[in-house]
Design a protein around this ligand. Structure first.
Ligand code: DGY
Length: 316
C-alpha cells in the first residue's frame, strides 16, 4: 500500500506510526502548528485517502469535507463516537475500529477501579508516601468488594467480560440494556434507575450514542446512593459530569472510579481533593499488548482496503 496517503491525527502509538511510515505515504497532522492545520490539510488533501484517528481525535464533518479523496477512516479505538458516521455513509467512506483485542484490558480496568475505589488503594499508597503510617498509625478502614451487587449498563463484549470477572468475586450481576437479551445467571432491569437502585457498584460499559448520552443522570446517581460506587470505563459523556461532581462533593454518592471524562483531557478540579474517587487518564486499552494488537488491526484494515479484500473490523 505504498501509494496510500494516510493522515495520522496524533502520535497515538509508536509501532503504528513506524509501520504506517514504512508501508504508506504518511502525513502527520501535528507537524503543522495548530493555527495552520486547515492550510496543511488543504495542501495534502488530494493525496489523502485514509485517516487514522483514535478515541480522543475523531473525524468530524469539516475534516471529511476537506478531504475529497478520502476512502477510509481506520480508528485506533473500539468507540467511534467521535467520527461523523452519517457523513461517512453519505460519502461512501468506510470506517473500521479495533474491537475484541481491548476487551480484556478494559474489563480488567473496570474491576481494578472498583476495587481501588472501595479499598482506597491509591489513597493508601499516598498515605505511606506522605509518611503518615509512621506518624499517624494505621490507615482508615475501607469497604469490601467481594459479594457486592454489580450493575452493568450494556452487556456487550466489554460488559460481559466485566460480568465474567466479577462472578469470580461472588458478585451478583445485574444489567440494563436497550434490547433485552436473556442471560440466565444475570438479572435484567428495564431502566437504568432501577438497575442503580439494585446495585452497589454501577459500571458504564455501553457505546456512546444519542440514546446513551447522560445515561447516568441525577436520578440514576440518587438511586445508586451514598454507599454506591460509579465506575465509568465507557465515555465521559455517558455521565452528567456536573451532577456526578455535585453528588460526590455532597456525599450523595459513595464514590467513583473514572477513566473517561466529558471534556478530556480536562478533569473537573473539584474532584481532586475528594477521598472517594479514583481518577485515571483514559487508559482502558493502554497496555503494550493491546495497543500493538490495535495497531495491527488498523494496518490490517488499511491493507484489506487497498487490496479489495473484506475489511477485518468494519463499522460502516
Ligand atoms: C476505545 O478504544 O474506544 C477506548 O476508549 C480506548 O481506551
Amino acid at each position: 500500500m505504498e501509494s496510500l496517503g494516510v493522515l495520522l491525527l496524533n502520535p497515538m502509538n509508536a509501532y503504528l506510526e513506524q509501520e504506517l511510515d514504512r508501508r504508506c505515504r504518511l502525513v502527520r497532522l501535528w507537524e503543522s502548528p495548530p493555527d495552520r492545520r486547515a492550510d496543511f490539510v488543504r495542501a495534502h488533501a488530494a493525496s489523502i485517502r485514509a485517516v487514522v484517528g483514535n478515541a480522543s481525535h475523531g473525524v468530524d464533518a469539516a475534516l471529511i469535507d476537506a478531504l475529497p479523496a478520502l476512502e477510509i477512516i481506520a480508528s485506533f479505538s473500539v468507540g467511534v463516537d467521535r467520527i461523523d458516521l452519517a457523513k461517512c455513509r453519505e460519502r461512501g467512506i468506510r470506517v473500521t475500529n479495533t474491537p475484541d483485542v481491548l476487551t480484556d484490558d478494559v474489563a480488567d480496568l473496570a474491576v481494578g477501579l472498583a476495587i481501588a475505589t472501595l479499598r482506597k488503594i491509591p489513597q493508601a499508597d499516598r498515605y505511606i508516601r506522605a509518611g503518615l503510617w509512621r506518624n499517624k498509625g494505621d490507615f482508615t478502614l475501607t469497604t469490601r468488594f467481594s459479594g457486592k451487587r454489580v450493575g452493568i449498563i450494556g452487556l456487550g463484549r466489554i460488559g460481559l467480560a466485566v460480568a465474567k470477572r466479577v462472578e469470580a468475586f461472588d458478585c451478583p450481576v445485574n444489567y440494563y440494556q436497550r434490547t433485552k437479551q436473556a442471560y440466565p445467571s444475570y438479572t435484567y432491569y428495564p431502566t437504568v434507575v432501577e438497575l442503580a437502585a439494585n446495585s452497589d457498584v454501577l459500571v458504564v460499559a455501553c457505546p456512546l450514542n444519542a440514546q446513551t448520552r447522560h445515561i447516568v443522570n441525577r436520578e440514576v446517581l440518587e438511586a445508586l446512593g451514598p454507599k454506591g460506587v460509579l465506575i465509568n470505563i465507557g465515555r465521559g459523556p455517558h455521565v452528567d459530569e456536573a451532577e456526578l461532581v455535585a453528588a460526590l462533593v455532597d456525599g450523595r454518592l459513595g464514590g467513583a472510579g473514572i477513566d473517561v471524562f466529558e471534556d478530556e483531557p480536562n478533569v473537573p478540579e473539584a474532584l481532586f481533593p475528594l477521598d472517594n474517587v479514583v481518577l485515571v487518564p483514559h487508559v482502558g486499552s493502554a497496555t503494550h499488548e493491546t495497543r500493538n494488537a490495535m495497531a495491527d488491526l488498523v494496518l490490517g484494515n488499511l491493507e484489506a482496503h487497498v487490496s479489495n479484500k473484506p475489511l477485518l473490523t468494519p463499522v460502516v
